[in-house]
Ligand binder design. Structure first.
Ligand code: ADP
Ligand code: MG
Length: 283
């Protein structure tokens, strides 16, 4: 029972109705804001406006959290913690532009290419987080996991449902295409995913292999050609060739750390990201 009330009945009913209307923030705040408004001489429309605005802000935050959870990120990373100077081959302006997520509205694709440890997954996760914050539905997976999931769904006769689900997200991230060669069936199922998303939704792919080597993963030259044709029709390429960030860090750890190393280390330890602001904080 909110404090500062006399009779229980209207409050009980109000709590019930607000729950039914799914207005948890109004329920939580109405009594406190009422007292503040009475104190400050704020009129009823403004009181109601304040409450409704709080509900809207909270609702948006809850939706971002829900989208992040549904996307199944292996870690939450943002561009705040990405050091662009470590990877000069990467077009920073393009990444910042992509983080505005207009490419998702235009249903364009992104492909990040580069050797291991250059931050492809980090950038993919950061763009995916930005998309969640801007209201887009996102799914994150690796090529190997996706193919495994597709094969399993096919065996269990629920492939169509999975394909429909994969088609419906606005941004699909397929990380690590290239580390494992795919079986002919796996390659065909992956091709179908890209094909079904063509001009319907954005796909972001990361790969350690240049396009000319994708045949070694997908097995068939014909299939690779058809897949690249669709994927690269409307595409932004992120070139991420350089030294491995991981190796640089572990090389740094083998000698006694300097003050500069420690500062850098602090920058890159696991961080939590506020789903609303995207600002990071260390645990
Ligand atoms: P890739 O996917 O290209 O193999 P990752 O994105 O997994 O590389 O990067 C390896 C690790 O190094 C991750 O923890 C990532 O956050 C970090 N990292 C890579 N590049 C950068 C960078 N330029 N700035 C900050 N952290 C980076
Ligand atoms: Mg990676």
């Amino acid at each position: 029972m909110p404090a500062g009330t006399t009779s229980g009945t209207p409050q009980v009913l109000l709590a019930h109705h607000l729950k039914q209307l799914k207005l948890p923030t109004v329920l939580r705040e109405y009594d406190k804001i009422a007292r503040e408004c009475a104190r400050d001489g704020v009129d009823h429309p403004r009181y109601l406006l304040r409450l409704v605005e709080l509900e809207l802000i909270d609702r948006e935050r809850r939706m971002v959290e829900r989208r992040i959870k549904a996307a199944r990120f292996p870690a939450v990373k943002s561009l705040d913690t990405f050091d662009f100077t470590a990877i000069p081959s990467l077009n920073k302006m393009l990444v910042l532009e992509l983080a505005r997520c207009e490419f998702i509205l235009r249903r364009e694709n992104v492909i990040a290419l580069g050797n291991s440890g250059t931050g492809k997954t980090h950038v993919g996760l950061a763009l995916a987080l930005a998309a969640c914050q801007k209201g887009f539905t996102v799914a994150f997976t690796t090529a190997a996991a996706l193919v495994h999931q597709l094969m399993e769904a096919r065996d269990e006769r629920r492939l169509l449902k999975l394909q429909r689900d994969l088609q419906s997200v606005m941004l699909l991230i397929v990380d690590e295409l290239g580390y494992l060669p795919l079986s002919p069936t796996g390659a065909e199922l992956l091709f179908e995913v890209f094909s079904q998303r063509y001009e319907r939704g954005s796909t972001l792919v990361t790969s350690n292999l240049p396009f000319e080597d994708w045949t070694s993963v997908l097995g068939s030259e014909r299939l690779t050609g058809a897949l690249l044709d669709r994927l690269t029709h409307h595409v932004h390429i992120l070139t991420m060739n350089g030294d491995s960030y991981r190796l640089k860090q572990s090389a740094g750890r083998r000698r006694p750390p300097t003050a500069a190393d420690r500062a850098e280390q602090n920058q890159t330890t696991a961080e939590t990201v506020d789903p609303e602001t995207g600002k990071t904080s260390k645990p």
